[in-house]
Design a protein around this ligand. Structure first.
Ligand code: GDP
Ligand code: MG
Length: 173
């Protein structure tokens, strides 16, 4: 099997669960503690895509949460092959933040594969996001997943899908 390394960036508002999603994906672990990410945290994990006969090593950049990106945040995104946008279903304002970030990033760097995670689905009784809203987000992002870093729901599926989208794009040239 061939192995290829790709950089992906995890972006979204404060406290939506960016670090927790990465921690679930990389170490299959969850913590209730909230430790603000300072600057950027980098992890790696391999994803096997049997249909392409390749392993993709994802270098995951967990970028400090912000709704507006400045020069420093943009510099972190340089060379990204794809993006994981994260929002929090209990705070609809974070969906707007993810949408705006997507606009800003694509204006700056052009289109790239993008998967949106609406996280904290384990708290779905506290969600305030209509099915219509979720569907409309599919116009902005290549894929939308309802996830929980706490239970692990859809975390692996979303990351694998992003790796697939990146592969599809590279094969198309
Ligand atoms: P970040 O600022 O986007 O990196 O957010 P964190 O990953 O640090 O998470 C912020 C807070 O939300 C922490 O207290 C986490 O434990 C909590 N959290 C993250 N993901 C989930 C989830 O899927 N479900 C629940 N219930 N809490 C979560
Ligand atoms: Mg964080």
């Amino acid at each position: 099997m061939t192995s290829i390394t790709s950089k992906i960036c995890v972006v979204g508002d404060f406290a939506v669960g960016k670090t927790s999603v990465v921690e679930r994906f990389v170490n299959n672990h969850f913590s209730d503690k909230y430790l603000t990410t300072v600057g950027v945290k980098i992890d790696t994990k391999e994803v096997t895509l049997p249909q392409y006969e390749l392993t993709r090593k994802l270098v995951i950049w967990d970028v400090a949460g912000t709704d507006r990106f400045g020069a420093v945040e943009y510099a972190y995104l340089r060379g990204a092959s794809g993006y994981l946008f994260v929002a929090d279903g209990t705070r609809p304002v974070t969906l707007k933040a993810a949408h705006d970030l997507h606009d800003q990033i694509s204006q700056r760097y052009g289109a790239a594969p993008s998967v949106l995670l609406i996280n904290k689905h384990d708290l779905s009784t506290q969600w305030d996001v209509s099915p219509a809203r979720i569907e409309s987000l599919g116009d902005t992002h290549d894929e939308v997943y309802l996830t929980s870093a706490k239970t692990g729901e859809n975390v692996e599926a979303a990351l694998s899908r992003l790796a697939e989208l990146i592969t599809d794009r590279e094969l198309k040239g």
